[in-house]
Write a protein that binds this ligand. Structure first.
Ligand SMILES: [Zn+2]
Length: 426
């Protein structure tokens, strides 16, 4: 996650007569702030003491007394003693407790650094398991591994349980955003529920009507529901046999690419052709260290305006995402004016501008519409730019493939959601 730092030096001179007062050093944070650091760089020598705390526009967010001279607050984590969470815009202040002051006057200097988030692609894994079901890692180990892998967010989706979502662990140095989840695991298929701490107090179902009713309830409560590995025949019960009703997301890329993923991709393409705007996502389904099923393989890249759970989920629901083999890329920009993947462009014959990065010579690039492959070429460098004028297609999406010598097969490297064209959807 890229953040732009902005430094604010703050200075105040106090007098011994102010001993035991709590004075404030105000500073302003705009709506784009997502992190603030502070550091006391000048104050009275020991045994004199300055206490520190932080207040947002409405409440005190933490107090570390004279124990610490610096701290960090982010959306997801904070120095002990401080409350992570939202960053309301407006007047914040450092609280200086003048507990013990030397005679005369004392100069106190603090550096506040706030960090700005600009809209960007965040990388994550939407399907993982921990020790809370049949995985190996603790939640902490999973999040640490996610940071090492280069992921910005990870969903914890253990089978038919929510206990993994209740584990509290935070590390200000690796603020991977944890999306609460659960893999709704029935004997006739699996679905990921994303966004609720305790989504299904009773997950048991007997018939399709139960699944449709609970899916509807989950969506009304703010969750996203994704059908997982819908064509997987690896073990009994993995394939989704509950139908498409009410399903807005489909996991077309589960772990290593294999025929069941291709079947899911083909099914998605068929639904798109029928006018559906179901969103394609990916997830590794990692259960711990493995040479085969690895965290971040595949990676889902989500265009994110706000680096929060709700911000990421809103973008996923809108289809503002693409999936790649791993966190290394490729990178994609596919836009028609201000619209991009997942959006419906409601104007005649728009130009769609596509830019790919981090590809290799020989990679196969395909543009796909409702009739199939519209355009295909092989990359001749590590980037590719192309503009097409849409002329009557219902949608255009992009795939990049790489030839794998070891398999003697072309395998997907990137699958994008479509840009939808024309004025209607169903
Ligand atoms: Zn799973």
């Amino acid at each position: 996650m890229r953040l732009s730092p902005h430094e604010i030096p703050l200075t105040i001179t106090v007098d011994v007569s102010q001993t035991r007062d709590i004075v404030t050093l105000p500073f302003f944070l705009p709506t784009t702030a997502v992190r603030v650091d502070w550091k006391l760089i000048e104050g009275p020598p020991a045994p004199y003491v300055i206490d520190l705390g932080l207040k947002d526009p409405t409440r005190v967010r933490g107090w570390s007394g004279g124990t610490r001279t610096e701290g960090t607050l982010t959306l997801t984590s904070a120095t002990p003693g401080y409350l992570p969470g939202s960053f309301p815009a407006g007047s914040w202040c450092l609280l200086l407790g003048l507990y013990r002051l030397p005679p005369g006057t004392t100069r106190i200097r603090v550096i506040v650094t706030w960090f700005e988030f600009v809209p960007q692609w965040l990388r994550g894994d939407l399907h993982t398991h921990t020790e809370h079901s049949d995985g190996v890692w603790t939640v902490r180990e999973l999040l640490q591994q996610a940071a090492v892998t280069g992921l910005d967010f990870v969903a914890t989706t253990d089978h038919n349980t929510a206990s993994q979502n209740l584990v509290t662990w935070q590390d200000p140095t690796s603020p991977v955003i944890r999306i609460p989840g659960m893999e709704w695991t029935t004997y006739s298929g699996h679905a990921n529920i994303l966004g609720l701490d305790d989504p299904l107090p009773d997950w048991r179902v007997n018939q399709t009507e139960d699944v449709i009713r609970l899916t509807d309830q989950l969506k009304k409560a703010g969750a996203l529901v994704s059908v997982n590995h819908p064509y997987d025949e690896f073990q009994p019960g993995l394939r989704w046999d509950w139908g498409d009703d009410g399903i807005d997301l489909i996991e077309v890329w589960n772990g290593p690419w294999r025929p069941s993923n291709q079947a899911a991709l083909d099914h998605w393409q068929e639904r798109l052709g029928l006018g559906s705007q179901v969103v394609a996502i990916g997830g590794s389904d990692t259960h711990g260290p493995s040479d085969i099923v690895q965290l971040g393989t595949p990676t889902t890249w989500v265009w994110t305006e706000s680096p929060s759970i709700s911000g990421i989920l809103q973008s996923i629901a809108a289809g503002h995402l693409y999936i790649t083999q791993d966190p290394k890329g490729p990178t994609l920009s596919m836009q028609a004016g201000r619209f991009h993947v997942g959006d419906r462009v409601d104007c005649q014959n728009p130009d769609i501008v596509i830019e790919l990065g981090l590809i290799e010579v020989g990679d196969r690039i395909r543009l796909i519409n409702e009739s199939g492959i519209e355009y295909e070429t092989l990359a001749v460098s590590d980037t590719w730019s192309h503009t097409i004028i849409a002329q009557g297609q219902h949608f255009i999406r992009l795939e990049v493939h790489r030839y794998r010598d070891v398999w003697q097969h072309w395998l997907p490297l990137l699958i994008s959601n479509p840009i939808y064209l024309g004025g209607s959807s169903s």
